[in-house]
Each structure stands twice: as structure tokens, then as C-alpha cells.
Design a binder for this molecule. Structure first.
Ligand SMILES: *Cc1c(COP(=O)(O)O)cnc(C)c1O
Length: 813
């Protein structure tokens, strides 16, 4: 790497000159960022090549992780960290009058994802490379990533995220690895002269998938894996064919635009938008280029096709890439000449699937008509898979039409992607213990009964290197001083911190670090939002996508209630608190946007009322993203994880906040259950209905929000403020729908039902926070147990239990 600070300074200055024609005096911060990125890329490239060669030489099984989203955020800081040159670079830049953190700010977030699912994929890549495992990401290179959120008069405005306007220094375009992907056309079975059947595909539209490879650098080793992002381009043939129609150049341009539109933008929706043709095209584009590319790499090994599933694992992150199954069948049969049974065995043995949700509106299905028209050959294969599957069911359950219809892949005019994924894979995993149990016992019960051994749990995780070492350097440093640095590569060692439970000096240090982080956030909030907050107040943090089931509304109503208490009763005081929210709403999600409006309105009222000002503030941070998360999480005291029990599959925000010493107020949902199990009742604030109770209510329909409204005076008063004249409604009826959602339409997410219990839990927090030392102990216990939630643990489990891969020993791990 760099032999020292001087060596770095020289290399950097030279790069500024040769790449950009600048020097340290004339370079802008963007110039400096680009020069630094390109310098690091040189270093990375050597190990990148070597990693590839080692994998080939050792014939390591390759895992391809297919995901429509990779929410990777910025890479400069985490690459420097993983390459272990952070200090040298930071000091070298300082000598040259540059600040590393200022350069980091110049990198655009790669926002190629909506939220948790995409961030999980990014954390997995870090752990794969760090563990020396041959695992690569396959995704799409969206020209526009997740939209930029602005609040205008409290309403969300979506601005395009033109993240590629500035050079993305980490990517390498590899046109020589281009793959052809076909859409539409007609397929007919034809017998050749020897009497064997093949499928003739005509009149299709062909486009090119051009890969842009992003290196994934392991921590403290020589492994560099690949995140391959595919970009849609018109094929050369197509351009020539169309361009010869000279009189119709306008048509040609339209055609070109429609082809490249496939990777134009990310769907800004965290559940599936029903039936959008472009979305299905995106999914198949990813799948077809990925499968063909994986098969091509396998071919280079020169091994018999029968060994395919020993060499290749194809993992699908949710059902979005489930077409991997028929696409691999197509390649194995139509291009490699295998018969159905052999192709099917290899496909099932290579593919594994992660389920991310039990929300029925998020279960993907596609109209038959659309699949057939866009993907005629793939549709034929799906129909055949379905028929064979239904026949096998018929043997086990003769005459049970209802059961067979409910399990079928093609039914009710739809292709059901979850069913396809389960039938065509060898492993189906949920993402937290509770979630997996719900899949087995309810949502996928019949499938579980048919294939019990296929189902397993892999509780999600986060890379503690980005979320602690990078986001919260002072805390990481203090932990290492206390227990050594084993925890960095073996996060289970964070448990050693428990020895420090009674160490007052260490507890003081924890408190001081949190306090400094809180002051930094206060300064940033002042600067960016113009809001003055009290660094001594409790920082209560609710950051995640805006969704009914995540219940930001419960938090908001509780703040209104506290405000009312203070206003009504002058002797009522609370432990000072700052409530932070950050959340994007899907552009078409009307309810979610109303909740944002409400939070902003509450902020306006609370922050400007001197009667309550010294006790509470409300801050809505716009444009929630990885970078925002990295800023705010280190300063959090309280982590809001208040989804309606049974609805949040796992959550990973809960893990990031725990790792940074925040205490959870949460329902017994997703991974909160596992956090509770680890830290015990005294170190988490649980409340609310259990998942069994919720599922029971869903079943018996006995919940009446109206009844709660009528019996609980606090709730009634607060809700009436939404529709009657109040500081919040100001006599307008902006929040009428929220009121009706809660009272008239029976409160789908049990907000009113859980209100009292939530308020009580918040009260306990206010009490407990006053015992400063004891609070620090609780915080320490949370940090100490968070090693379980490192994605290193998660990936180790995927590696041994699903993919059956081992580290490449030669790549020094
Ligand atoms: C971690 C993360 C999420 C997921 O948060 P949850 O609380 O688990 O929903 C979403 N967005 C970003 C930017 C994240 O970093």
C-alpha cells in the first residue's frame, strides 16, 4: 500500500497532476476526492485481479447474490477503513491543507435501494469479502437512484437523484463482458433433422447488458470481490437495423430511449408496485444478464456441466429476481442441450431464496398476459414447472383441488413469484426467528408441510465495521482500548465489554463519547435545519421508511399527547427530549405523506412554543439515506422500533442503533425479540401486543379502535385535535383522513390499541434516563451483545448452511 505519509502525499499530488492537471492549491474538493479515489482504485485493482485468479485456480464455488437493490452509500471512507490506510491518508491530506471528512462529503451516496432490503445486500458484500468468501453482487446500475426528499411546507417533494452526474470513481465499465438480453417475439417448437426438439425464438427485441464492476474490498485481507451492476444499452445490430430507416430517425430515437429506459430509475417503492411492465423488464434484465454471466464464468473452468451446482450458487434477495429459476432452465436446456430433469436438478441445487416479508400486499405476482408477451420462452418454462409441480402434488394429495390451487405457481391469471421461488430452490430462509416461525406456521404453512427441510432462519445482520468503526470512530477506539481489537474481525468479542460494567472510568467515557456525538449532531441540525436543540436532552430516534406498519404515527400522537400535558398542567414536566424522525414515503403512498405532514406540523408547533420548548423539540431530517443514518445513529439514546408485532420481518436499523449504545423501545417484533432475549428485560423497553395477539385479532376481527377512542380520554383529546380547531389542525382539515383511518376505519395497525402501553414505556425511559450511570450500564450491555447482529455472523451461517462454501485460504484472512 503506502509505505508512509510522505509516500502517500507524493502519490496523491502526482495523481492530481496526471489525472486532472491540478495541484493541491488549484484542486477543488471534488478534484481531490476523484484523485484519491483513482489512486486507491489502482491499489485495489491488483488484489482484484489476484482474487479472481485465486478463485479460478482453487475452483472455489462462486456465490452470486441477485438483488434489485444495493444501498451501498459512500465508499471512500469504508474502503480506506478496510484497506487500513485511513490514518496515513487523513494525515497526509491534512499536511496538504485538505480534510478527509470534507472529501468524503463530496462523494454522492450510491442510493441504489429503498431501505432495509438494499442495505442488507450492501452489508452482506462487506462481510463476504472480509471473510474471504467468493460472493459477488449482481444488481442494476440505475441512472437515477432513490429520490432526494425535500420538505416544502411540510409536504414531501421528490427530486431526481442524478448521482452519476459526477464521476463514480469506483466503477469499471467492462464492455467485453456484455450480455445480450431478449424481450418479446414469438417462440415455436421445431424438430431438427435428428428429430429432437428445439425452440425457435424470432422477432424479439434484443438489448445489451453492459456490466459496470465495483470492487468490494475486504477488511484487512487481500480479497476483492465484485459488485456487478448492469446497464441497458441498445445493441449494435439494432442500431444499424433501425438507423437504415433514415426517413424515420425520430422513431429510432424513441426506440433507443425505450430500450435504455430499463435501467433509467429505481422504483421508489419498498413493496412491489403491482403489474408495472417496466419493473418486470428490469427484473428479467438483471436475471438474464446475471445467469448468462455466471454460466459463462463457469464455462471458463472447463468442467462438466453436471458439476454446475458444486461451482455456482445463485441467491435471490426476495422474489424480485425469482426468474433466475426459469432463466437458468432456459440456458441449460436451450443453450446447453440438457434435458428437463437434469436441468431441473441443477437449478434447484444452485438456487436459494430469502423471503423478506409477510405483508400480503408486498407478495409479488405478475399477470400471465404480461409475462407471456414480454418473455414468451420463460413463460413456457414456468408453465411446465407449474404443471410438473401440480402433478406431484396430485400424487400426495389426490383430489385436493383447493390445496393444489392454493400452492400453484400459475393461478388466477397470475404468476406467483414466491411460489416459483420456493418450488425452484433448495433453501428458503426468513430473516429473523419470529419471521421464520410465522412463515412456517402461517404464511407458507402448506409449502412448509411439503418441504420442511427447505425452510430455515438467517437472522439479518449489519456490518459493524461501517456502522461502528466508520460511523462512530471515538466509540470504536474506546472499545479497542478497553478490550483489544479482536472484536473487529470476531464481533462476538464485544461481549468482553461486560467486564467493564462496573468500571466507572469506562462508563464515564461511554457517556462522554455519546455526549460529544450529540453535540456534533446539535451543531449540524442548527446549521442545516436552523433548529436549536439541547444536547443534554434524550435523543429519541425514529429513522426508517415511512410505512403504516412501522407506526411513525404512534410516536407522533404520543408527542402531541406530551405537548398537551405540558400545556394543560403547568406543573407537569418531562425529562427533556429531542424527537428525531427521518423517513421517505413512496411517492404514491398518500397515507405516508400525510404522516410526514403531521410530523412537520407538530415540529412547527412544539419548536415554536416557549411553554414547551425547553422540554421538547421535534426534528424531521429530510432525505433519509445511508449518510444521514451514519450521522445520527452515533448520537442516539433511544431507538424507536415500534412496528406492529408480526409485521416487521427483522429490521436492521434496530441493530445499528443498539451497536451504537442506544436503548430500544420496541414491540416484540422481528429481531427486537432476539435483542430482548440477549439483553434481558432491564435493558430494553418492550411494549404492546404480541404477534400472536395481532394474528388472533386479524382472525377474530374483535378489535374496535372506536372503543379505545371512547374509553381513553388522552387518545380522544389528541385525536380530536386532528379534526377540531387546535394548534395542529389550525382549523383546516389536512389531517381528517388520518383521524378517519384511526377511528372510523378501525386503525389497521393497532396504533390506538398500543398507545397506553407505549406511553407507559416512554415514561419508564424518562425515569431511567435520570440515573445517568445506570443508563450507561444499560447502554454498555446493549453494545456488548450486539456482536450477534454483525453480518459476519449472518454470512457465516449462509455460507455453511445454504451455500456450502469456505474461505479461499490463499487470500490471507
Ligand atoms: C438500515 C437502514 C434502513 C433499514 O432500517 P429499518 O429500521 O430496519 O427499517 C433503511 N434505510 C437506510 C438508509 C438504512 O441505513
Amino acid at each position: 500500500m503506502f509505505s508512509g505519509k510522505e509516500d502517500f502525499k507524493q502519490a496523491f499530488s502526482e495523481r492530481l497532476e496526471t489525472k486532472l492537471g491540478k495541484n493541491a492549491k488549484t484542486a477543488t474538493e471534488v478534484d481531490a476526492y476523484r484523485a484519491l479515489g483513482s489512486l486507491l482504485q489502482d491499489k485495489i485493482n491488483k488484489n482484484w485481479l489476484r482474487t479472481d485468479q485465486e478463485y479460478k485456480k482453487n475452483q472455489n464455488k462462486q456465490v452470486y447474490y441477485f438483488s434489485m437493490e444495493f444501498l451501498i452509500g459512500r465508499l471512500l471512507g469504508s474502503n480506506l477503513l478496510n484497506m487500513q490506510v485511513l490514518k496515513v491518508v487523513e494525515e497526509g491530506l491534512r499536511d496538504l491543507g485538505l480534510s478527509l471528512s470534507a472529501l468524503e462529503e463530496k462523494e454522492n451516496d450510491a442510493g441504489l435501494g429503498n431501505g432495509g432490503l438494499g442495505r442488507l445486500a450492501a452489508c452482506f458484500l462487506d462481510s463476504l469479502a472480509t471473510l474471504g468468501l467468493a460472493g459477488h453482487g449482481y444488481g442494476l446500475r440505475y441512472k437515477y437512484g432513490m429520490f432526494h426528499q425535500q420538505l416544502v411546507d411540510g409536504s414531501q417533494l421528490e427530486l431526481p437523484d442524478n448521482w452519476l452526474a459526477q464521476e463514480f470513481v469506483w466503477e469499471v465499465r467492462r464492455p467485453e463482458e456484455t450480455i445480450e438480453v431478449r424481450f418479446g417475439g414469438k417462440v415455436s417448437p421445431i424438430k431438427d433433422s435428428l428429430g429432437s426438439l428445439y425452440f425457435d425464438h424470432r422477432d424479439y427485441e434484443q438489448l445489451q447488458a453492459v456490466p459496470y464492476d465495483v470492487p468490494v474490498v475486504g477488511y484487512n485481507n487481500e480479497t476483492v470481490n465484485t459488485l456487478r451492476l448492469w446497464s441497458a444499452e441498445p445493441s449494435a445490430e439494432d442500431i444499424i437495423a433501425k438507423a437504415s430507416l433514415k426517413d424515420d430517425f425520430g422513431n429510432f430515437l424513441d426506440h433507443r430511449r425505450s430500450l435504455t429506459s430499463i435501467t433509467e430509475f429505481l422504483y421508489p417503492d419498498d413493496s412491489n408496485e403491482e403489474g408495472k411492465e417496466l419493473r418486470l423488464k428490469q427484473e428479467y434484465f438483471l436475471v438474464s444478464s446475471g445467469v448468462q454471466s455466471a454460466v459463462r464464468s463457469f464455462d471458463e473452468l472447463g468442467l462438466p456441466l453436471s458439476t454446475f451446482s458444486n461451482q455456482v450458487a445463485l441467491h435471490i434477495n426476495d422474489t424480485h429476481p425469482a426468474l433466475v429459476i426459469p432463466e437458468l432452465m432456459r440456458v441449460l436446456m436451450d443453450e446447453k442441450g440438457l434435458g428437463w430433469e437434469k436441468a431441473w436438478d441443477l437449478t434447484q441445487a444452485s438456487v436459494s431464496y430469502t423471503n423478506h416479508t409477510t405483508l400480503s400486499e408486498a407478495l409479488e405476482s405478475w399477470p400471465i398476459e404480461l409475462v407471456q408477451r414480454l418473455l414468451p420462452r420463460i413463460f413456457m418454462i414456468i408453465v411446465e414447472i407449474n404443471e410438473r409441480f401440480c402433478q406431484s402434488l396430485w400424487k400426495t394429495y389426490p383430489g385436493d383441488f383447493d390445496r393444489i390451487a392454493s400452492l400453484a405457481i400459475v393461478a388466477d391469471g397470475q404468476v406467483k413469484m414466491a411460489h416459483l421461488a420456493i418450488v425452484g430452490s433448495h433453501s428458503v430462509n426468513g430473516v429473523a426467528q419470529l419471521h421464520t416461525e410465522i412463515l412456517k406456521k402461517r404464511e407458507m404453512k402448506s409449502f412448509y408441510k411439503s418441504f420442511p427441510s427447505r425452510f430455515n432462519n438467517k437472522t439479518n445482520g449489519i456490518t459493524h465495521r461501517r456502522w461502528l468503526m466508520h460511523a462512530n470512530e471515538p466509540l470504536a477506539k474506546s472499545i479497542t482500548e478497553a478490550i483489544g481489537n479482536d472484536w473487529i474481525e470476531q464481533p462476538g468479542h464485544l461481549q468482553d465489554l461486560l467486564q467493564k460494567k462496573n468500571d466507572n472510568a469506562f462508563l464515564d467515557q461511554l457517556y462522554d463519547i455519546k455526549q460529544q456525538n450529540k453535540e456534533d449532531v446539535a451543531a449540524w441540525v442548527k446549521q442545516t435545519e436552523g433548529i436549536t436543540i439541547d444536547p443534554l436532552s434524550i435523543y429519541d430516534v425514529h429513522i426508517k421508511r415511512l410505512h403504516g406498519y412501522k407506526r411513525q404515527l404512534l410516536n407522533a400522537l404520543h408527542i402531541m399527547y406530551l405537548y398537551n400535558q405540558i400545556k394543560l398542567n403547568r406543573s407537569f414536566t418531562i425529562q427533556p427530549r429531542t424527537f428525531f424522525f427521518a423517513a421517505k414515503a413512496a411517492p404514491s403512498y398518500y397515507f405516508a405523506k400525510k404522516v410526514i405532514k403531521l410530523i412537520d406540523t407538530i415540529a412547527g408547533v412544539v419548536n415554536n412554543d416557549p411553554d414547551v420548548n425547553d422540554q421538547m423539540k421535534v426534528v424531521f431530517l429530510p432525505n433519509y439515506s445511508v449518510s444521514t443514518a451514519e450521522r445520527i445513529i452515533p448520537a442516539a439514546n433511544v431507538s424507536e422500533q415500534i412496528s406492529l408485532a408480526s409485521k416487521e420481518a427483522s429490521g436492521t436499523g434496530n441493530m445499528k442503533l443498539m451497536l451504537n449504545g442506544a436503548l430500544t423501545i420496541g414491540t416484540m417484533d422481528g429481531a427486537n425479540v432476539e435483542i430482548h432475549e440477549l439483553v434481558g428485560d432491564d435493558n430494553i423497553y418492550t411494549f404492546g401486543l404480541s404477534s400472536e395477539e395481532v394474528l388472533e385479532y386479524d382472525h377474530n376481527k374483535l378489535y374496535s379502535s372506536q372503543a379505545v377512542y371512547e374509553t381513553d380520554e388522552r387518545i380522544r383529546h389528541t385525536l380530536n385535535q386532528l379534526i377540531h380547531y387546535s394548534p395542529f389542525s389550525k382549523g383546516e382539515n389536512v389531517f381528517e383522513e388520518l383521524y378517519h383511518h384511526l377511528v372510523t376505519h378501525n386503525d389497521e395497525f393497532f396504533v390506538l390499541k398500543d398507545f397506553a402501553d407505549y406511553a407507559a414505556a416512554q415514561q419508564r425511559i424518562s425515569q431511567d434516563y435520570q440515573a445517568k450511570r445506570q443508563w450507561s450500564v444499560k447502554s454498555l450491555i446493549n453494545i456488548a451483545h450486539s456482536g450477534t447482529f454483525s453480518s459476519d455472523r449472518t454470512i457465516q451461517q449462509y455460507a455453511t448452511e445454504i451455500w456450502r462454501i469456505q474461505p479461499a485460504k490463499t487470500l490471507k484472512v
